[in-house]
Design a protein around this ligand. Structure first.
Ligand code: SF4
Length: 465
């Protein structure tokens, strides 16, 4: 597959949204918003807008773990026009109970009936007797009495990205993120080409991405301003997580522990036998507890793996007094690695297991952090490769379908591994035997070979208790 120009952008990889899942919460919410737009157009053409009803079918992994991931609530929020980034998280989570109380909403002059309890259906792995185009597939329909007036099938492909599917052929339609016919100053499709562009042009990896983004119409000043907002949101998320106590929602009875761990760490009460810096773990846990509680988080590249990059960035900022520009440059480099994974393997737990989420995030963090600490492009590529290599084959088996166990602690481990990958790559000259491109091939094949029960279905592994 060819690297899609828009997918390389940091703003595509780091999206400010709402927890607990990018593929099962943010993606379905964006899909519902997208359907709402078409609904608006369709409804405005009707001579008679009586008896209109919406039906939503959730398939595959969205059905298997959607309840734990808040997919139904996210769909409700998107249908009534709320936005994962700009709407208040409390309003988002109030949308479904409100619709259950009063099962209709207004669109233009039309009233659309929609009762989440009756009109959201949880389907299996076949749609109309055929295999699904993607493990996370949704079908929206507008009915008028017994006639379908509008139908849309959408795949939530990971990281909050969606792709539309042709209802007749079951094939992907050209999405908003498909190739543009823009000629980029530094095109690359593989990690090897990325490294070569840097070395041949004697240019930093972030300068390559910035130049390519400018060619796509995004000015550096605007990019940096948005990256700053992303950094601020990551920081706020850590702070919120560090000061919040209580039990996470969903019925698993998981107690939030970031606040307590942080207090112990600050007062020196943590075990000195382990001689370990607890900060990366505590910061990552803080973010992922916020995510599990449906709070405001940034995909990095997904919600399930949203704790690793904020944690690594904060730890390094504290230790090295890094400038805002350096922190932004690190995000830019991390996004390039995420884009390569998304293109040649997957960032979706439902497609390839957790190697695609925590594994990818670890690689992105390792690469970005190596760049922030002055590593060469070869060391950056090596750090990313280490980050993925040691997550190959990692399954996704969230208990009760909630993004809590193993997800929260797994981010802590991912952050620690990322920092170790940075140390290993900076201590070498960047030459190594297995390339990042090769690891991505293996990751994809491993994901294809992985039994479905280990790919975000909560039907295997830890999910069995
Ligand atoms: S196990 Fe990994 S991939 Fe699965 S939901 Fe948790 S973080 Fe996401």
């Amino acid at each position: 597959m060819k690297l899609q120009a828009d997918h390389i952008g940091p703003l595509a990889m780091f999206k400010i949204g709402v927890g607990p899942s990018s593929s099962h919460t943010v993606g379905p919410m964006v899909a519902a918003m997208d359907f709402r737009q078409r609904l608006e157009e369709r409804v405005s053409t009707l001579a008679n807008s009586d008896s209109l009803r919406i039906a939503v079918e959730l398939y595959g992994s969205l059905s298997a773990t959607g309840k734990g991931h808040g997919t139904d609530g996210a769909v409700c929020a998107g249908l009534i026009g709320l936005h994962p980034r700009f709407s208040d998280t409390q309003d988002i989570w109030a949308a479904m109970p409100n619709l259950i109380d009063s099962p209709e909403f207004k669109l233009g002059s039309a009233i659309l009936k929609f009762n989440p309890d009756e009109d959201i259906s949880w389907q299996e792995w076949l749609m109309d007797g055929k295999s699904l185009p993607h493990p996370n597939t949704i079908r929206f329909r507008l009915w008028q009495k017994d006639k379908i007036l509008l139908e849309q099938i959408t795949a939530s492909v990971g990281g909050g990205f969606i792709e539309a599917i042709d209802p007749l052929t079951g094939q992907y339609l050209t999405s908003a993120t498909e190739d543009k016919t823009v000629s980029l100053p530094y095109p690359f499709n593989t990690a090897a080409e990325f490294v070569a562009q840097c070395n041949q042009n004697d240019i930093t990896p972030w300068q390559i991405i910035i130049a390519n983004q400018e060619a796509l119409g995004l000015k550096e000043a605007e990019l940096r301003q948005q990256l700053d907002e992303i950094l601020n949101t990551m920081e706020r998320c850590i702070e919120q997580g560090l000061k919040t106590e209580g039990i996470l929602p969903g019925g698993l009875n998981v107690k939030r522990r970031a606040k307590n761990l942080h207090a112990k760490m600050l007062s020196g009460q943590t075990s000195d036998r382990a001689a370990n810096d607890l900060r990366p773990s505590v910061y990552a846990i803080a973010v992922n507890e916020e995510n599990a509680a449906g709070g405001r988080v940034v995909t990095a590249p997904t919600n399930g793996s949203s704790g690793i990059i904020p944690s690594v960035w904060r730890t390094l900022r504290e230790d090295h007094n890094l400038s805002r520009e350096t922190l932004q440059n690190g995000l830019i480099v991390a996004s390039a690695i995420g884009a390569l994974v998304k293109t040649h393997a997957s960032i979706s737990g439902a497609e390839v297991g957790c190697q695609g989420e925590v594994g990818t995030s670890c690689a992105m963090a390792a690469a970005g952090a190596t760049a922030m600490l002055g590593g060469t492009i070869n060391q950056i590529e090596q750090a990313a490769e280490i980050g993925i290599e040691h997550h190959l084959g990692m399954t996704c088996d969230p208990i009760k379908g909630l993004v809590q166990i193993p997800c929260i602690e797994r981010n802590a481990m991912g952050a620690v591994k990322a920092l170790n990958a940075v140390a290993l790559s900076l201590a070498s000259d960047g030459s190594h035997l297995i390339s990042l491109d090769r690891v991505l091939e293996v990751m994809k094949q491993t994901g294809l070979d992985m039994n479905q029960k280990y790919k975000e279905t909560a039907t295997g592994g830890l999910a069995l208790g």
